[in-house]
Each structure stands twice: as C-alpha cells, then as structure tokens.
Write a protein that binds this ligand. Structure first.
Ligand code: C2E
Ligand code: CA
Ligand code: CA
Length: 810
C-alpha cells in the first residue's frame, strides 16, 4: 500500500480545524436554539399582548356603550315610564352622536315582542338572534361579527316601569379599536379573513382593515414558501423585506360558514434579528480569528520541529555510510535555553555516531588483525603458510605471462630442537625471530620469505633468470647464519639446511614446488646440514623409495620377515670367542633377502627405524640369553645402533627394562655407533653414552677411519672398542697407505687403553699381518660369515669348543 505523506503541521492544522468546527457547530447550535427560544418567547408575548389589548379595548368599548345606554335610560327616566316611546324618540336623536363619538355604525331598538321600535338600517338575522338571546337571559350580550368587515354587536336589555323589556342593539366598527391597539402595542394591526380551510395560505388573505395596508399586502405575499394559516396561528411567521424583518402573528377573531377572521399583529423585529445576525457574524469572525491564530501558532511551533526532524532524517544515512565527521558537522541541536525531545534525540544520535565510529574502528582493527593472523606469523612477523601459498600461486600463474623462472628455498634450522629442549621455548622463540631476520635480510624486496612452521622457512624467488640466482641467495643465507646468534648471555651456533627447487613449468602446483624444495632440504640435512642442495628428480625417486620402504618395514615387522645373523668376533691371539655382531636380515617374500645396507641408511631418521631398532635390541637380548645358556657364558653381542635410535630419549629406559626382564648383565652387550652418529650431536651422544655406560653397557666405534673423527676426539668419550672399517682391511696388503692407517690406528687405540677390532678379515695373510701388529679382535669371512640365528647353536656346537674356535687355526 502506498502511503500518503502529510506533514505534521498539516496534520495538527487539520486536527485544530476539526476541533474548531466541532466546537463552533456545538456552540452555534446551542446559541441558535437559545435565540430561537428567545424569539419564540418574544412572539408568544407579542401575541398575548395583542390578545389582551384586543380584549381590553373590546371590553372598554362595550362597557362604555353599556354604561352610556344605561345612563341614557336613566336620563329619559325609563323606569318611570310605562312604554318605550320616549326612549325610542330620544335614542334615535342620539344616533348621530353615537355614530360620531362611539363609532356606532348601526342601532336597533327591539321590544320583547320582537317589534323593531327603531332601526338605523335593515335588521339582519344575527342581530335578531342576539336580541332574542338577550331577552331570554336578560343580561347584556356582545358578539364579534364579521361579514364584509367586522363589527362588534352589543345588546343591552332595558326595563320600563311595567317591567317590559326592550333591547338596544349597537353595531360598532372595529376600525378605531385597531388604531387604538396599534397605538398601545406599537404593532401594525390588520383584520384579515381566510377561507375556512386547513390549507389556507398567508398570501390568500383578504384585508378587512389595516393600520398600514400597503405594508401588510407586501408582507403577506412575501414568504416564498407559503405557510399555512394554522401553522402561523401556532408560531407566527417571520418575513423579511429589504433590510427589515417582521413577525406576523394571527389572532383568531370570528368565523362564519365560509371564512375565518383574524387580527394580524405585525411586529418589526429588525432590531432583534439584526442583533442575532450581528451575534452570528461576531461568532464567525472570532472563530475565523481563533483559527487563523491557532494555524499560525501551529505553523510557527511545529515547522521548526519538523524542519529539525527532516534535517535529522537526511543526516542519518550518513551514519550508514560511515561518514561520521560529516554527520557531526550537521547542526542537529539549536542553542536554546529550553531543550525538548528533539534535543534529546539529537544528543542520542550524536552519541550514537561516536559509538558507531568506535565500533567501526574496532571492527576495522579486528578485521586487520584477523587478516594478519590469517596471513602473517605472529612470532616472526613473516608471512605465514597461507600467504606463501597465495604468493607462490601468483608467481606460478605469472610464469605463463613473463619469460622468467621461479625458485623456492626450503630452510630448516639444524638442531633447533636441541636449543628448544635445552634452553626452553622462550629462548627458542627469540632464536626463531633472529633467524627470520637473517632470512629476511638475505632476500630482495620482490622476494617473499615465509615462516612455514616450527623452524622451517620458505623463500619464494618469484622472478629469476636461472638457478644460479637462487644459489646466490642460499649462499647469502648460509653466510649470515655463520655469525653466532647471541640471546641474553647465551651464544648459539645455528646453521640451516636449504633445499632449492627451481622451475619454469607453468603447470606445476605450488604445493609440488614446496615439496621438491623440502626433499632437497632433507638431502642437505642428511649430508650434514649447513648447506644447500638443489632438487633434481633422482631425489624424488629416493624419497619415493624411502616412503615405500617405510611402509614395507612396518609390514615386515608385523609379518616376522626380519631376523638376525650373528658374526663371531675372535680374540686374535687365543682364538677365544669374544662375541658376535648381530646383523639384521630381511627375508622379503618377493624380493628375497634384502641387505641392511639397502634399507637401514635410507630409514636412518624415520620412526620406523626406531621401532625396528627396538625389535633388534630385544631379539639380541633373547639371543644373548640363549648363547649364555648354551655355554658361552662370558661372550657378548654387539648391537648396531642407528643415529636416530641413539638420540631416542627412551633408549636407556628400554635397555634397563630388558636387563631386568631377561636378568642378564649389561656386560654381555656392546653398542656399536658409527662415527657419523657420534659427530652429529656430540654433547647429546656423550651424555647418552654416559647414561648407558652407567647401566653397564660398553661401546664400540664402528667403521672407524671413514669419518673425520680423530682419536684425540674419541678420548673424551666413554668408548671401549674401536672397529677399523673393513674397507681398510680389504686392501691393507696391496695399499700401503691403508696398511699405515691400520697400523697407526691399532697403535694409538692400544695407547689409549682401548680394544681394537679388525672387521672384514677375509684372508689368512690379513689375519697374520693384523696379529703381528697386535690387533686385539678379528671379525670376518675368514672365520665365519654372519650365521642365521636359527643355525647359531648348531654352528657353535660345530665350531666352538670351550669358548675357543676349533676348526680354523693360523
Ligand atoms: P657393519 O656394521 O660394518 O657390519 C659389517 C658388515 O660387513 C656386515 O654386512 C657383514 O656381513 C660384512 N662383513 C663381515 N665380514 C666380512 C668380510 O670378511 N668380507 C666382507 N666382504 N664383508 C664382511 P651386512 O650384514 O650386510 O651389514 C651391513 C651394514 O648394515 C652393517 O655394517 C651395519 O652398518 C648395518 N647393519 C647391519 N645390521 C644392523 C642392525 O642390526 N642395526 C643397525 N643399525 N645397522 C645394521
Ligand atoms: Ca657394525
Ligand atoms: Ca663396520
């Protein structure tokens, strides 16, 4: 429904007009009816006055005449006379005087025998009737008789001495009476007749006599709507001529067979009606005046209000558009001593504007924060993973447009976990912040460095020409990390491993590129860290192979595909059995026997290797118990530990648990660590070695000579045995330098008070040479290949007697 707009002042105005109209209608009805009542009262009074005057005059006339007749009878001494002759004679003489002074028109003298003793004119029947009646009741009679005109008939009985009765009848004209009444009541008077019908109308009047006949005639034909005589008789009628107003009243006089006769009283009511008009005019005028004043008042009071309301309603949309300053620049409040609801409203809206502005600010700030949280890393302030994905996708998308290439550098801090574990997260966080700064400083403005998570960072070089540019950045980063990081009083030597993935392939996915860089980073880390590796597809193959292997190892464990082979170690001089080295075997259902060299290095750092390692250790405990029970009471089993396995915090607990479980001394075990494992984390390794040493385990350094560790370095560690790597043994007789290395190593080891083992001894010549040089222990195919565990006891029975090797001797 469409709404019609009406302004508030208009509405108020309409309300006032309505109220005023209602009031004036009510007021005028009341006053009119009061005026009407007054007018009616006036009319009734006029009528009564007329009637009274008429009766008074009529009576006076009558009484005067009666008195005159009776006095005249006395004058002629009627009561002393026996007849009426003198009376007749004398009264006839008086007829002229009566005519002149008393308006007597006609006179009759009639005796009781109906003899007309005198008559001034013919004697009509109504006179005779009246005389008869007078004779009957012997009292004076009077009656008003109208025919052509109206007259008053008076009949007075007179008696003579004899008691005979005579009646004097006098017909008196009413003309004089009319004038007399006219004079006394100031009303114009007329005698009128109407046909004797209920429908008789005013204008049908016949005038018998009138005080002002001209006025009467005009008045009687004037009313347009002709009113019946009956109605006029009841309430009169008001007739207006020119500026005058008249009230006509009809007073019934007499009736005969055909007509009714009335005395009409005409009053000039002009003063009354004009007063009435005046009153009405004044009323109207004051109503108009009040209306105009009120309208003006309404307008002046309400239009500023509505104006302010309109200003406000025009201003409010500014709030919706967040134009708060603009909104407040609009003057909503006026300077006034008194305030009103609109001022309160103005105050409220201005407060609202401040609150809305504040709210808006908060929303904007929160939105920004949210955006930052979504796009930036809170700790380092670097863009986060979300931003990285976005930027990288953008860069990849741009590849098709411009002829350039992109590179992704995946960084992982080396040994960051160590800092976190040993110095707490607070220090770790500060280290990360510094690391982030170094990364940030190493790149160009157009490049993006992001925190990928934990201690990993990713740099996107979105516009480069060749991979060398990426290498330059990687070298710059490595260079910056060479400076130690100082946090509080601590100094950290933190390096980073970097994997670089480089591409111009438009179809490559951002995630793929990151994972390639990640693979290359792993390679760098595996190669000792603090270096960069550029990704190539072989790396991917390796990773794929590793992932596959991991899955297979898990299955192999469940399916019991692993077993151990044990290779004896003999004391060189006595051929006494020193112990056995446990070597892992994997009997793959389809691929056959898989060499540990083919999967252990690949799984080096994986969780699967740790799980497998625990399986190996437990199996070694079982075998140690078995060998011991079989009679080799002081032989030991050498267990190879991978690097990942050795840093595992649970290792000491696990080993201790097994010692208790199998009730076997730790002296039956030797733990083999490679030089690589030692070098990776020297502090931790020493600590771990000391713990395990405390439990009673001894340590052997495997593959000695392949790494960089010097013996002086090894001196700090709780090492018992040094195993010279088999690669030196293989060529010791052909290659002089190998020989030199072996011999000097043996000498130095012995000098340190440690035991030395030669592994990979395949020939008697090798054995002989080693023995000449005082090598303690021998391990190699010359004596025995690793023996599958299932065959071990049989082997022992076949080859070992009283802890000594019996079959082969030098
Ligand atoms: P390793 O610890 O140096 O073990 C010695 C390796 O040399 C064994 O190979 C052994 O069979 C082989 N060998 C011994 N004598 C001779 C010889 O006279 N001539 C030749 N040509 N080879 C000889 P295997 O069993 O294939 O093990 C290879 C490597 O796998 C081991 O080298 C060791 O590093 C690792 N490995 C084996 N078993 C385990 C294990 O249980 N745990 C861990 N962590 N690593 C293991
Ligand atoms: Ca070994
Ligand atoms: Ca070895």
């Amino acid at each position: 429904m469409k709404q019609v707009f009406i302004r508030v002042p208009t509405k108020l105005l309409l309300l006032i007009i309505g109220t005023l109209l209602l009031l004036s209608a009510g007021f005028s009805t009341v006053s009119l009816s009061r005026l009407n009542a007054e007018f009616k009262a006036y009319q009734a009074e006029t009528l009564i006055q007329g009637q009274e005057q008429f009766k008074l005059h009529e009576k006076t006339l009558r009484e005067n005449l009666r008195v005159w007749i009776e006095s005249f009878a006395d004058v002629v001494h009627l009561q002393e006379k026996n007849d009426f002759d003198d009376l007749t004679k004398e009264i006839s003489k008086q007829f002229d005087a009566l005519q002149l002074h008393h308006n007597v028109e006609k006179m009759w003298l009639i005796d009781s025998k109906k003899n007309i003793l005198y008559s001034s004119s013919i004697t009509p029947n109504y006179v005779l009737n009246s005389v008869n009646k007078t004779l009957d009741i012997q009292e004076p009679q009077h009656l008003l008789y109208c025919q052509v005109y109206c007259e008053q008939l008076l009949t007075v009985p007179l008696l003579n001495k004899q008691g005979d009765m005579v009646v004097v009848a006098l017909a008196v004209s009413l003309v004089d009476m009319i004038y007399a009444i006219n004079q006394s009541i100031k009303s114009e008077i007329a005698i009128v007749s109407f046909s004797k019908s209920d429908q008789a109308k005013l204008h049908e009047a016949q005038f018998l006599s009138a005080s002002d006949i001209k006025l009467m005639r005009t008045l009687f034909v004037q009313p347009k709507k002709q009113i019946s005589v009956e109605a006029i008789k009841a309430m009169g009628v008001q007739v207006d001529i020119s500026s005058h107003s008249y009230l006509i009243n009809l007073m019934s006089l007499a009736t005969n067979n055909q007509r009714a006769y009335y005395m009409a009283l005409i009053d000039d009511v002009t003063p009354i009606t004009s007063e009435y008009k005046q009153y009405r005019y004044q009323f109207l005028l004051s109503a108009v005046l009040i209306f105009v004043t009120l309208a003006g008042l309404v307008y002046f009071v309400s239009s500023p209000l509505t104006h302010r309301l309109i200003v406000l309603s025009n201003a409010l949309p500014l709030l919706a558009r967040k134009e708060f300053d603009q909104f407040r620049r609009i003057k909503l409040k006026r300077k006034s001593f008194f305030s009103d609801e609109l001022d309160i409203l103005a105050d409220a809206t201005s407060e609202l504007s401040y609150e809305l502005e504040q709210l808006n600010l908060e929303v904007e700030q929160k939105t920004k924060e949210l955006e930052n949280i979504a796009m930036y890393d809170l700790l380092t302030g670097l863009p986060n993973r979300n931003m990285l994905n976005y930027q990288l996708r953008k860069s990849v998308a741009n590849l098709s447009q411009f002829k350039h290439k992109i590179a992704v550098l995946f960084l992982d801090l080396d040994d960051f976990k160590k800092v976190n574990d040993s110095h707490g997260h607070g220090q770790g966080d500060r280290l990360l912040i510094e690391a982030a700064n170094r990364v940030r400083l190493s790149i160009r403005n157009v490049d993006v460095a992001c925190r990928f998570g934990g201690d990993e960072f990713v740099v996107v070089l979105g516009k480069i020409e060749n991979v060398e540019e990426a290498v330059v950045v990687a070298e710059e980063i490595l260079q910056r990390f060479k400076t130690p990081i100082k946090i509080g009083s601590s100094i950290f030597y933190v390096s980073t491993s970097i994997g670089i993935a480089f591409t111009e392939d438009k179809l490559i996915k951002a995630e793929e590129l990151i994972s390639y860089a990640d693979i290359a980073m792993y390679e760098a880390k595996d190669s000792g860290g603090a270096q960069y590796h550029v990704y190539h597809s072989e790396m991917y193959q390796r990773v794929a192979h590793r992932v596959m292997l991991e899955g297979e190892v898990r299955q192999a464990l469940a399916k019991n595909q692993f077993s151990l082979s044990l290779q004896p170690q003999l004391v060189a001089k006595t051929k006494r059995i020193y112990g056995f080295e446990a070597l892992l075997r994997w009997q793959h259902p389809s691929r056959g026997m898989i060499s540990p060299d083919d999967f252990i290095p690949i799984l080096e750092n994986s969780a699967h290797m740790i799980e497998l390692g625990y399986w190996i250790i437990r199996r070694c405990f079982e075998l140690a118990v078995m060998i011991k029970n079989h009679g080799l009471t002081d032989s030991r089993i050498a267990i190879n530990l991978s690097a990942g396995q050795f840093v595992d915090q649970n290792l000491p607990n696990f080993l201790q648990g097994l010692l208790v479980e199998f009730s076997i001394s730790a002296s039956h075990f030797e733990l083999e660590l490679t030089e690589q494992t030692l070098v990776k984390n020297v502090d931790h390794t020493i600590r771990m070695m000391e713990v395990l040493k405390g439990l009673g385990f001894s340590f052997a350094i495997d593959d000695f000579g392949t790494g960089y560790s010097s013996l002086a370095y090894l001196k700090q560690m709780p090492v018992d045995v040094i195993k010279i790597d088999k690669s030196f043994i293989f060529g010791m007789l052909e290659n002089h330098s190998d020989y030199q290395i072996i011999m000097s190593t043996i000498a130095m080891v012995k000098n340190l008070g440690l035991t030395v083992v030669a592994e990979g001894v395949e020939t008697s010549a090798q054995l002989r040479s080693l023995m000449q040089n005082d090598c303690d222990l021998i391990q190699g195919y010359y004596f025995a290949k690793p023996i599958p565990e299932a065959e071990l006891l049989d082997f022992i029975d076949a080859h070992i007697v009283d802890n000594h090797w019996k079959t082969k001797a030098l």
